[in-house]
Design a protein around this ligand. Structure first.
Ligand SMILES: [Cu+2]
Length: 148
């Protein structure tokens, strides 16, 4: 009987190890190249007025963006966002849900932000300078982490 019990115990342990290997094998490193963009509009003579949702009528309106603004990964993946600032003098990028502190990226620079997507859901990639309509934002992207 002790031999049979040790065989069962060994089989169970082997099964657990295989399951752990399978689940860890699905995690990957996913790299995304992102740029900062800027939409702007200045009404020309005869066109409709330029209206900002907070400030009312303005001469010109601008909004900063991430491009792409939506990325998809699996839970457990290591995510690398390579953010190249093309538009805007600087941005202060953070991913609060994964503990990524605000990182300053100046025009012309490309910086990599890395984290492990250890929980499933939809989370913000944000710029803390352009965080509202009054500051030509909100400049926000989203990361969808698939999994349970
Ligand atoms: Cu910004």
């Amino acid at each position: 009987m002790p031999r049979r019990r040790s065989l069962i115990t060994g089989s169970v342990l082997l099964g657990v190890v295989v399951l752990l290997l399978i689940s860890s094998a699905s995690a990957a490193t996913r790299e995304f190249l992102m740029v900062t963009g800027e939409w702007s509009w200045h009404a020309k003579k005869g066109e409709a007025e330029v209206v900002d949702r907070n400030r009312g009528q303005v001469d010109e309106i601008e909004r900063y963006t991430f491009d792409p603004a939506f990325v998809v990964v699996n839970k457990g993946d290591t995510v690398i966002l390579k953010i190249h600032v093309i538009k805007g003098s600087q941005h202060l990028v953070s991913v609060p849900a994964f503990g990524v502190s605000p990182t300053t990226i100046r025009r012309g620079e490309e910086k990599a932000i890395q984290f492990v997507a250890d929980k499933a859901g939809i989370f913000e990639i944000r710029c803390d300078i352009h965080n509202s309509p009054a500051s030509e934002g909100p400049m926000v992207g989203y990361i969808y982490v698939a999994g349970e």
